[in-house]
Design a binder for this molecule. Structure first.
Ligand code: IPM
Ligand code: MG
Length: 356
């Protein structure tokens, strides 16, 4: 198959980790007889430096014209003081909205080889950690009006949080369908004891439940969910939640599996053109030192093959290669534990390539 992939290396460790993922994709193309071509796209801080804009329309157009997008990470201290609408992160939000990828899928699964790296007690980890957070990605407070006004002699900041029934329904369906393919349990997470948007969220989820009788729906308040994720993560199969709650809970969920550096994500909308990125940031403190963990990005490339290109065998091949490298005891610094062999980003990429 021929596929054109838009590649956004971004800032910080972005280029290092994406380069390793591209080597993996090239090897897969070779092995399975595909042709992957890459279109470079500038987004984030590097695009601010180059164009004065974190995502010019021409760069977004390259993404929507591609078969899918692979992204490293954006942002860094250099651009911390640029005004809100021009921040590197705004480029990412405009990309998500421009591609219409409303459904973000973030797995929280413990690799047995990394059980030691989890900060949770062994008796909690032993019960198993294997759930998915389905996060609404292009609505809610991220995309409401943001403004800071003067009122009664002081500054007042406003961030608007809006959800329509339709926005909730379409992500709700993804939640139910994801649960149908797994353990058939869906936990809808909201703050309906305080927020109107959450009360509407809960109502729509319960309306949808009638269409998915094989899925068991439960409700959980977001503060309780944050607690339950560390108390007993084995209770979760699929969590569906709004944009900001999903942002926060997915960082928490990644940490209990050992490292945020291991977690890939997929974002999809109405078409098969998806956005694939590790859930971690640009880690400017370790950028350029060849010590970042490329696995989250490599597994994101695997998700792209599986979900956008229907290449399940190819995706399995990558995931198995990662597993074998972990079996052999190789670890980047973020997942290192005594007795293992510490390797850098390039070396980790090379080890995975050898296992493909
Ligand atoms: C994420 C990140 C982004 C988000 C930032 C970089 C805007 O934290 O993908 O989780 O908040 O969505
Ligand atoms: Mg986040």
């Amino acid at each position: 198959m021929k596929k054109n992939i838009a590649v956004i290396r971004g800032d910080g460790i972005g280029p290092e980790i994406v380069n390793q993922a591209l080597l993996v994709l090239d090897k897969i193309a070779d092995k399975f007889g595909h042709e992957f071509t890459y279109t470079d796209v500038d987004m984030g801080g590097c695009a601010i430096d180059k164009f004065g804009d974190p995502l010019p329309q021409s760069e977004l157009d390259k993404c929507t014209a591609s078969d899918s997008v692979l992204l490293g990470a954006v942002g860094g201290p250099k651009w911390n003081d640029v005004p809100g609408p021009m921040r590197p992160e705004k480029g990412l939000l405009r990309l998500r909205a421009g591609m219409g990828v409303y459904s973000n899928n973030r797995p929280a699964k413990i690799w047995p080889q990394l059980a030691d790296a989890s900060p949770l007690k062994p008796e909690i980890v032993e019960k198993g950690i294997d759930f998915i957070i389905v996060r609404e990605l292009i609505g809610g407070i991220y995309f409401g009006k943001h403004e800071t006004i003067e009122k009664d002699g002081q500054k007042v900041a406003i961030d608007e949080l809006t959800y329509s029934e339709e926005e909730i329904r379409r992500i709700g369906r993804i939640g139910f369908e994801t649960a149908q393919k797994r353990g058939k349990r869906l936990c809808s997470v909201e703050k309906s004891n305080v927020l109107d948007s959450s009360r509407l969220w809960k109502k729509v989820m319960h309306e949808l439940a009638a269409e998915y009788p094989d899925v068991q729906l439960s409700d959980m308040l977001v503060d309780n969910c944050a607690m339950q994720i560390v108390k007993d993560p084995s209770q979760f199969d699929v969590v569906v939640t709004e944009n900001m709650f999903g942002d926060i809970l997915s960082d928490e969920a990644s940490m209990i599996t050992g490292s945020i550096g291991m977690i890939p994500s997929s974002s999809l909308g109405a078409t098969s053109c998806g956005l694939y990125e590790p859930i971690h940031g640009s880690a400017p403190d370790i950028a350029g030192r060849d010590i970042a963990n490329p696995i989250g990005t490599i597994l994101s490339a695997a998700m792209m093959l599986r979900f956008s290109f229907n290449m399940a065998a190819e995706a399995d091949c990558i995931e198995n290669a990662v597993s074998r490298v972990l079996d052999a005891g190789y670890r980047t610094g973020d997942i290192f534990s005594p007795g293992c062999k510490k390797v850098g980003c390039t070396e980790m990429g090379k080890l995975i390539l050898e296992q493909l």
